[in-house]
Design a protein around this ligand. Structure first.
Ligand code: PBG
Length: 327
């Protein structure tokens, strides 16, 4: 057939045109910076497997939170690294525990200008490194005790809410955790404290650098509670359950390997969908760019665009501060 050649390339002809027709934009307000605060150190400590990311002191954490405010970033997600760990993760719900002290300090410094989130999980606080407390089955196996862990999460939730956390990030993948924590919060009067459910959290080798960041002593894996990367339908089940249990946000994690799940979540979720670009996703880009194999700035921008385009409204990323200045 004759006639004009259809030329989609016309829309790509200049930077202003490409900018005009871009369907996905990054904005600092959509980003959340995950940060680590470590007990008992007097200067920030580099995390060797995450170049550019540190374990903060309380003081340097406050500075980082202030930088987030200056950069117009949407939120900050706090992880605590305690000096001592035990089987039940006692430091997690101790009001004097590092995460709770740090939360109070950050909220006092920047509270109404930044959404302050806290990781609600036991793995940073347990000496065995699992996300819950352990029990022994009648046939002698050591397993994570789902329902006993829910009690610990409820105590942690109350400690974090008392410390002023705005959003509790439930990352442990225990069944029923959202309903249990929501009920505990409501009963104690914390009806405005939000719950971000790591609804679809997949087990992944890409968590490796995070284990260094929180000095995890985990041996083995989390395959009995985190999802199998082979499955997508299961993620929708987890998401529907968390929505029914009252989650205020749902999250998919890791992000870039699971863009299909993010898209499916965005299709069905009436609450905001977040995605977490995890430590290994960060370190892959940093390592390849340090070797000169890929362009860091371009790779960071692309990776975040993919995650947003798939349907994540909010992105947790260790690049949040770095990229905010370029948006
Ligand atoms: C659980 C938690 C983990 C991460 C966030 N929350 C560790 C895990 O599930 O193994 C990983 C984040 C990252 O890798 O950047 N407390």
């Amino acid at each position: 057939m004759s006639g004009p050649v259809v030329r989609p390339r016309r829309l790509r002809g200049s930077l202003p045109l490409r900018r005009l027709v871009a369907q996905t934009r990054l904005h600092p307000a959509d980003l959340v910076l995950p940060v680590f605060v470590r007990e008992g150190i007097s200067a920030p400590v580099e995390i060797s497997s995450m170049p550019g990311v540190v374990q903060h002191t309380l003081d340097s954490l406050i500075e980082e939170a202030r930088a987030c405010v200056e950069a117009g970033i949407g939120g900050i997600m706090l992880f605590g690294v305690p000096e001592t760990k035990d089987a039940r993760g006692s430091g997690a719900d101790d009001p004097q525990g590092i995460l709770n002290i740090a939360t109070r300090a950050v909220v006092d410094a920047v509270g109404d200008r930044l959404v302050v989130m806290t990781d609600l999980c036991l793995d940073e606080f347990t000496d065995h490194g699992h996300c819950g407390v352990l029990t022994t089955t009648p046939d002698g196996r050591s397993v994570v005790d789902n329902d006993a862990t829910l009690e610990r999460y409820a105590d942690m939730a109350l400690a974090q809410a008392a410390a002023g956390s705005h959003v509790l990030g439930l990352s442990g993948m225990m069944d029923g955790q959202v309903a249990h924590v929501r009920a505990a919060l409501d009963e104690a009067g914390y009806t405005d404290t939000l719950v971000l459910a790591y609804a679809a959290k997949y087990t992944s080798a890409l968590y490796g650098p995070f284990r260094e960041a929180v000095q995890s002593s985990l041996s083995g894996d989390r395959a009995t509670y985190q999802q199998d990367p082979a499955n997508a339908t299961e993620a929708l089940r987890e998401i529907e359950l968390d929505l029914a249990e009252g989650a205020d946000f749902i999250m998919v994690k890791p992000a870039q390997p699971h863009l299909d799940v993010i898209a499916a979540a965005a299709d069905i979720s009436p609450v905001p969908v977040a995605a977490y670009q995890i430590s290994g996703e960060y370190s892959q880009i940093v390592a390849a760019s340090e070797r000169g194999w890929i362009d860091r700035d371009a790779a960071v921008m692309e990776s975040l665009l993919h995650i947003r385009r798939a349907g994540a409204q909010i992105v947790l990323t260790y690049f949040a501060l770095e990229i905010a200045g370029r948006l």
